[in-house]
Design a protein around this ligand. Structure first.
Ligand code: URA
Length: 267
């Protein structure tokens, strides 16, 4: 058998999308001993603010139904964006929190009339704690500049505020657990125009069933809970980087968005 160096092995892991270590020692979570080690009682989903010692991932991931119910109950209780951020910092219902470096809550201007919602943070966002700061964020900044905006005039968040390990797609359960929080975030920001970037965001937030090619560029009514605003789905910048041919369709969408914003006094 050829000898494999630690460097080769690490390179293989990186290529396979494994780019973070959860602990120094490997753990086989499938052995009987590991299964028997489960704690007798379930942890609360909302911790005290005081730092907690690291806990095994299995313990940090409660039954999705319980986590979804808890999220639906907690999110509407936040009276401000600061309270919502603090709630998320303490919420232990989503296992992604245990593998992410930090919470990626939002960027931009909380008073903006234009809000964009992406899917989930990637590696750069996880490091910086801000959404859309990597390559797709750079393209988003260019698109915004093309309609005369920058981050002082928009508010940007994601459906999922923690980076999924290796940038894998968030599971449907993780999306359902995080959904009440982004919905409350939209209600608290109270924009006039909401834009969902990509299919996962438009499916989760706008409940659109079709793919982005069919749904993009059309206006929908979105009920924030306190009023109805205009909402549109368009391409995710990461998709545009892979399929630059669709930039011209994205440009059509953003011209329509600029028009809608002008009606709200954003020029
Ligand atoms: N992709 C997203 O959907 N959100 C980010 O914050 C970065 C990349």
């Amino acid at each position: 058998m050829p000898e494999i160096s630690a460097r080769d092995l690490l390179a293989f892991y990186m290529e396979a999308g494994v780019d973070c270590a959860l602990s120094d020692e490997p753990t086989n979570r499938l052995t009987e001993a590991a299964l028997e080690e489960k704690p007798a009682s379930k942890p609360p989903l909302l911790r005290n603010a005081a730092p907690q010692p690291p806990r095994p991932i299995a313990e940090l991931a409660p039954a999705p139904d319980l986590a979804i119910a808890t999220a639906r109950e907690l999110a509407p209780q936040a009276k401000s964006l600061e309270e919502l951020r603090a709630l998320l910092e303490k919420f232990d219902g989503c296992a992604l929190k245990s593998t992410a470096t930090r919470l990626v809550f939002a960027d931009g201007n909380p008073k903006a009339k234009f809000m964009l919602v992406g899917e989930a943070p990637g590696r750069d966002e996880d490091i910086e704690g801000l959404p859309f700061v990597g390559v797709s964020g750079k393209l988003l900044d260019l698109i915004l500049a093309a309609i005369g905006l920058d981050r002082t005039g928009v508010y940007i968040a994601n459906i999922i505020p923690w980076r999924p390990p290796g940038n894998r797609d968030p599971s449907p359960q993780e999306t359902q657990i995080c959904l009440p929080f982004i919905k409350r975030q939209i209600e608290l920001v109270d924009p006039d125009v909401l834009v969902c970037l990509g299919k996962p965001s438009s499916q989760a937030v706008l409940e659109l069933k079709d793919g982005i090619m069919k749904t993009r560029g059309k206006w929908h009514d979105y009920d924030t809970g306190s009023r109805t605003i205009r909402a549109m789905a368009t391409f995710h910048p990461a998709y545009l980087l892979r399929q630059p041919i669709y930039k011209r369709l994205a440009w059509q969408d953003f011209r329509a968005i600029k028009k809608a914003l002008a009606q709200s006094g954003v020029t």
